[in-house]
Design a protein around this ligand. Structure first.
Ligand code: G3I
Length: 368
């Protein structure tokens, strides 16, 4: 009985009674361990421009550790063109300048993300669904950074499978242009920079829970449709924001998911890796072990996929992680000396004092 990877994804093929069937064993046998693979994915770090010129311990780690940098926030539409027609390119100029000076690559992030779309643009789309609004935004950036930014997240977080949603998120773009906006955005980006690697990027795709499972299937459906119509989609970003309270890494399903994506002829990337802890009351040693173990379970599967080209952490130090905004640290943590910072979420490679944690050691075994 042939068991497709899609069956695995839907959980049909992993129930106990089928476990051990030779065809399943083969389908899921992990390829050669990535730990000793000669071909390792690039290591990326999401950065804020002020970190790059501070000459700080952060900049030293970024310069030493990674081959790819991504603007954590400052590349978003609302950070570039808060006021219609008044674009500020200083942050992208700074990031591409630093990358050029240090021999790194840059991923543009993100051309379209509903959450970071300026209100004037949302109002305009709602009033008159004129695609030139989108094209003008892309034309403001892609030609300017052609050759300096080699890949772009063109559409960010377009999937929604909850609360009866159709699968494609009902956002400002979808309401104005329909589901087609995703393909149109990729085609528009390609017309403005035919050399750029174009990505779509989404979250909640790697853990063992019904939401992630549904989102994996929706992503496959979307990629299949885009590739079937010849859309210039070159890679899929799997954000990799691991939330320990949301279940273990679904290793078999992620292995099948990434293989299915590769079969559609796209590269894959882990684009925003970090870990939201679930028990800050445990010892620092236990907390760091939990973070490292989850990281290892994901990378052991992801880095075995030949189509995986990069792993990017969403920041470098706990003291500047967006996760602190999710779970505002205690007053003590905010005031903490950089040495302990035990009150911060410990979900990035370095702690508040830039001491490498077990997560950093795990990364070092899997990335370039
Ligand atoms: O720089 C301003 C500062 O001048 C101002 O005083 C302060 C208070 O308003 O805001 C600062 O900007 C904040 C920015 O982060 C830089 O720290 C923005 O308000 C805040 O909205 C922004 O949050 C970012 C968020 O995306 C929204 O853009 C986070 O740093 C960033 O980590 C997060 O990243 C997203 C990915 O793009 C997509 N996937 C999910 C991920 C986490 O939400």
């Amino acid at each position: 009985m042939h068991v497709s990877r899609r069956d695995i994804l839907t959980g049909l093929a992993i129930c106990p009674m089928m476990a051990g069937m030779p065809s399943i064993a083969r389908a899921m046998a992990p390829p050669a361990s990535p730990k000793n693979s000669s071909r390792k994915p690039l290591f990326g770090i999401a950065v804020r421009p002020d970190q790059l010129f501070s000459g700080s311990d952060l900049e030293a780690a970024i310069r030493r550790d990674c081959q790819l940098i991504v603007p954590e926030y400052h590349g978003q539409w609302s950070a570039v063109e808060w006021v219609r027609g008044e674009s500020y390119h200083g942050n992208y100029d700074a990031i591409t300048g630093y990358a050029r000076a240090t021999g790194k690559m840059v991923r543009g992030h993100a051309l379209l993300w509903d959450q970071m779309t300026p209100q004037w643009a949302k109002d305009e789309m709602a009033a008159d669904a004129d695609w030139s609004l989108i094209r003008n935004h892309f034309a403001d950036l892609l030609p300017r950074y052609r050759g300096a930014i080699g890949e772009w997240v063109v559409v960010n977080e377009m999937i929604d499978t909850e609360n009866g949603a159709s699968g494609i998120r009902r956002n400002a773009f979808q309401r104005a242009f329909g589901n087609d906006y995703i393909a149109r955005a990729l085609e528009t980006a390609h017309s403005l920079d035919p050399e750029a690697k174009l990505m779509i990027n989404d979250y909640s795709l790697v853990q063992d829970n019904p939401v992630d499972a549904a989102r994996r299937l929706m992503m496959l459906k979307l990629v299949e449709e885009l590739k079937a119509r010849g859309t210039p989609l070159h890679a899929v970003g799997v954000q990799g924001h691991i939330e320990l309270a949301k279940g273990p890494i679904a290793q078999d399903e992620v292995r099948a998911f990434l293989a299915e994506l590769a079969d559609f002829g796209v590269d894959v990337a882990i684009t925003e890796l970090d870990v939201l802890e679930s028990d800050r009351g445990a010892s620092i040693e236990a907390r760091d072990r939990h973070v490292a173990e989850a990281t290892e379970r994901l990378l052991d599967v992801a880095c075995a996929e030949r189509a995986l080209t990069s792993v990017t952490t969403w920041g470098v130090s706990d003291r500047l992680s967006w996760l602190q905004e999710r779970e505002p640290p205690t007053r003590e943590a905010q005031a903490c000396s950089p040495v302990d910072c035990a009150g911060l979420n410990r979900g990035l490679p370095y702690d508040g004092a830039m001491q490498a944690k077990p997560m950093r050691e795990v990364l070092g075994r899997y990335v370039a």
